[in-house]
Design a protein around this ligand. Structure first.
Ligand code: F6R
Length: 259
C-alpha cells in the first residue's frame, strides 16, 4: 500500500484524475471499477475534462441502492450519468451499475460478478471510504471474501448520505446491492481517494490499524497494488506520515506528480 498526501482536496483530486487518465491512455479498452459519493463529484468533473477517449472503456460501479429505478434522481445510475457518462464519449452499453431494482437480487448479484469476469476483470478500481469504514457498501462485519450481494446499511452511512436525500435520513434506502470486499480485492490496481477531516480517523484505522471486518477498508492492506490518496485533513490522524512523504518524494513512479 502507498499513502500519498496532498496539501488540499483539489491537489488530491487532481492526482487521482491524472492517474486514471494515464491508465485509460495506456489501455484504451481498460475495465474500470467506479465509485459515487460527494468526493467523486469533483474528481469526475476533472476527469471528464481530460483529453482521453472513453469509447472503448468498460465500467462497473460498486453499488446501487435497493428499490431505486435507474432514472430515480437519487440512484447511482443517475449520478453516474450526470457526473461522468454524459460528459464523456463512453458507450453506455459498456457501463454497468448493479441492478438494485431487480426482482431477484441474488441472481442480479451473480450476474454482476459474471459480467465483471466476462469483461476480463477490473483493471483499476476507484474507491471512496465511508465514515464507518465501508468501501462500496461493505458495512462493518462484511466478510473479507464477500462477493456482490445485498447489504443492510448502517445508521452512520444513512446519516452520511442523507444530504443527497434532501437531508431526510428516513428517505435513504436501508439496503444496497454492492460488490463484495473480495470482488474489490480482485482488481489489478486499487486507488482510494479521501478528503476532509471527517475521514481522518477512519483513514488511520484502515491504513494503520489491524485488518478487521469491522473496518472493511482495512482489507486493502492485503492488496499488492493499492494507493490511498488523501488530502492533508484526511491524513491528519496518520502516525507514519514522515515515511509516506519520503516515499512520495523519492520513488521514481511519483516524479512527474511532485510539485
Ligand atoms: C459509493 C461508495 C461509497 C462512498 C463513500 C464515501 O459508490 O462506494 O463507499 O465512496 O461512502 O462517500 P462520500 O464521498 O460521499 O463521503
Amino acid at each position: 500500500m502507498e499513502i500519498i498526501i496532498r496539501p488540499d482536496a483539489g491537489a488530491a483530486v487532481e492526482l487521482v484524475s491524472r492517474l486514471l487518465a494515464m491508465r485509460i491512455g495506456n489501455k484504451p479498452a481498460c475495465v474500470l471499477g467506479l465509485a459515487t459519493g460527494r468526493t467523486m463529484e469533483q474528481l469526475y468533473e476533472q476527469l471528464s475534462q481530460q483529453a482521453i477517449s472513453w469509447q472503448r472503456c468498460h465500467t462497473f460501479n460498486l453499488d446501487e441502492y435497493i428499490g431505486l429505478t435507474p432514472d430515480d434522481p437519487q440512484s447511482y445510475r443517475h449520478y453516474m450519468q450526470q457526473h461522468l457518462f454524459s460528459r464523456t464519449d463512453i458507450d453506455l452499453h459498456n457501463t454497468h451499475v448493479p441492478d438494485g431494482n431487480a426482482d431477484d437480487l441474488k441472481q442480479a448479484a451473480i450476474e454482476y460478478e459474471q459480467a465483471i469476469q466476462a469483461a476480463g476483470g477490473i483493471d483499476v478500481q476507484l474507491l471512496g471510504i465511508g465514515e464507518a469504514g465501508h468501501i462500496g457498501f461493505n458495512e462493518p462485519l462484511s466478510a473479507i471474501m464477500s462477493r456482490t450481494r445485498d447489504k443492510c446499511l448502517t445508521p452512520t452511512t444513512r446519516r452520511q448520505n442523507a444530504a443527497m436525500f434532501g437531508g431526510d435520513v428516513e428517505r435513504v434506502p436501508g439496503r444496497a446491492l454492492t460488490m463484495g470486499v473480495g470482488t474489490i480485492l480482485d482488481a489489478g490496481e486499487i486507488i482510494l481517494l479521501a478528503t476532509g477531516r471527517s475521514k481522518a480517523s477512519i483513514i488511520a484505522q484502515a491504513v494503520e490499524g489491524p485488518i478487521t471486518s469491522m473496518v472493511s477498508a482495512s482489507a486493502l492492506q492485503l492488496h499488492p497494488n493499492c494507493k490511498v490518496i488523501v488530502d492533508d485533513d484526511a491524513a491528519s490522524a496518520l502516525q507514519g506520515r514522515e515515511y509516506y512523504d519520503f516515499v512520495f518524494h523519492n520513488e521514481p513512479e511519483w516524479a512527474e506528480f511532485r510539485d
